[in-house]
Ligand binder design. Structure first.
Ligand SMILES: CC(C)(COP(=O)(O)OP(=O)(O)OC[C@H]1O[C@@H](n2cnc3c(N)ncnc32)[C@H](O)[C@@H]1OP(=O)(O)O)[C@@H](O)C(=O)NCCC(=O)NCCS
Length: 391
């Protein structure tokens, strides 16, 4: 087996491997071909002169502690049916890990359809991508806004202000992407059926909603983002106006503020979750890239950890996490390994999705429990990270 970067002439074979794995039309739209896409790197596995497997990593940044951390979004892990069960996927993932590290992607996220494959390589379940479906009438229970703020369809000129509005919210929710890398093209938003903004003063955007009106009696809302209560009430009052023809509005739960604290949740309801996994690829770089807002309120301290990571061996071994003057750093090679972490513990710890008591019960942490509590204090664990973009 040869594992190598893809070439333009591989496009069709790559598409075929992907189509057999995930479905799709026999004839690809040109935009589906790898060489037509931006903001990614990847690898293919070649067996007997044919492409037998693929992995693609998208270039993203993900908010943790208010800072946008370089993240490799693993996608298109696919192996042609006849080549499965012989370690092709494992080989591709093993090869892409050092590549992510070299490119500064110090953490990596993915949406698994086969969690054991990724667990075996150090990723662990960390966050949610959730949708809820409600009737439009439901939003008549949300209080009316006190002012009649205007909404209007966004234009190209609104896009930077719309993105600023998104960032003001996304930077406060662990796990959200900054949508500012080459993997995103803001102007694509204008292709959507709904891109409506609540304009503020001087070209700013106070809130916005994006979505699509598929066939049938449904409305699919993507982003629903607002700076403040008044603006979010305007957006929900507008959603209530869909009652009549529309029987279901599918809402992506991006902002826990409106879902937990503003929308009256129905007594019984189903939330559809597409969980995602996280892996730390380069621990010292990830610690340096993350924001640590809680550290500003902690006395100087340190915790010695020992990491076992056979697939990212560069970060295996002892490290000292030092909290000093409100800042946090990771000193590789230092300390006496008081708290021992499996590679799979690093993602949930870094994101704050699991506290050390949970990690211990899952067999992912051992050693001094009191020292380990510092790890929880640093991230504010346990808390639920979210992502609003699937890939
Ligand atoms: C999932 C897929 C990529 C695995 O490829 P593969 O080359 O057969 O995988 P490997 O032989 O390298 O096996 C990798 C590991 O994952 C496990 N695994 C593979 N497929 C699995 C499945 N469907 N369910 C559970 N575990 C699975 C293997 O047991 C192996 O575990 P091990 O390392 O402990 O031995 C391949 O079956 C495929 O293309 N499936 C359709 C597309 C898909 O689901 N892709 C994943 C997208 S997130």
């Amino acid at each position: 087996m040869i594992v190598r970067p893809p070439r333009t002439e591989d496009d069709e074979q790559i598409y075929e491997v992907s189509r057999l794995a995930f479905g799709g039309p026999r004839e690809p739209a040109p935009a589906y071909l790898w060489s037509a896409q931006q903001g990614w790197h990847g690898l293919v596995a070649e067996l007997d002169d044919r492409i037998a497997g693929t992995v693609k990593v998208r270039d993203y940044r993900q908010f943790f502690g208010g800072a946008a951390v370089p993240m490799g979004g693993v996608a298109n892990v696919a192996v042609s049916p006849a080549a499965r069960g012989h370690g092709v996927a494992n080989a591709l993932i093993d090869a892409i890990l050092p590549e992510m590290r070299d490119r500064g992607q110090c953490v990596s996220a993915l949406y698994p359809s086969v969690p054991p494959l990724y667990r075996g390589r150090g990723w662990e379940q960390t966050g949610n991508y959730e949708r809820v479906t409600l009737r439009p009438e439901h939003f008549t229970m949300v209080p009316r806004p006190s002012e009649r703020l205007v909404m209007r369809r966004a234009t190209k000129d609104d896009l930077p202000a719309l993105h600023d509005c998104y960032l003001r919210f996304a930077s406060t929710v662990e796990g959200m992407l900054d949508r500012a890398t080459d993997s995103f093209q803001l102007e694509k938003l204008l292709d959507l059926d709904i891109v409506d903004v609540v304009p503020g003063q001087d070209g700013t955007v106070l809130g916005y909603v994006t979505g699509e009106r598929p066939e049938g009696e449904k409305l699919t809302v993507h982003d629903l983002v607002a700076d403040d209560l008044e603006t979010v009430l305007v957006l929900f009052t507008n959603l209530a106006r869909w009652s009549g023809i529309i029987s279901e509005i599918s809402l992506r739960i991006d902002d826990p503020a409106w879902w937990q604290l503003i929308v009256p949740q129905p007594v019984l309801h189903d939330v559809r979750n597409h969980p995602w996994m996280l892996r730390v690829v380069d621990l010292p770089a990830a610690v340096a890239a993350r924001g640590w807002p809680i550290a500003a309120h902690l006395a100087d301290t340190s915790v010695d950890i020992e990491v076992t990571d056979e697939h990212a061996s560069w970060q295996s071994g002892r490290h000292r996490l030092v909290v000093e003057g409100g800042k946090v750093r990771c000193e590789p090679g230092a300390g006496n390994g008081t708290v021992r972490l499996h590679a799979r513990a690093l993602g949930p710890w870094f994101a704050g999705s699991a506290d050390t008591a949970m990690l211990r019960r899952a067999g992912l942490i051992e050693g001094d429990a009191t020292a380990a509590r510092v790890l929880d204090l640093l991230t504010g664990a346990p808390r639920l990270p979210r992502m609003a973009d699937s890939f």
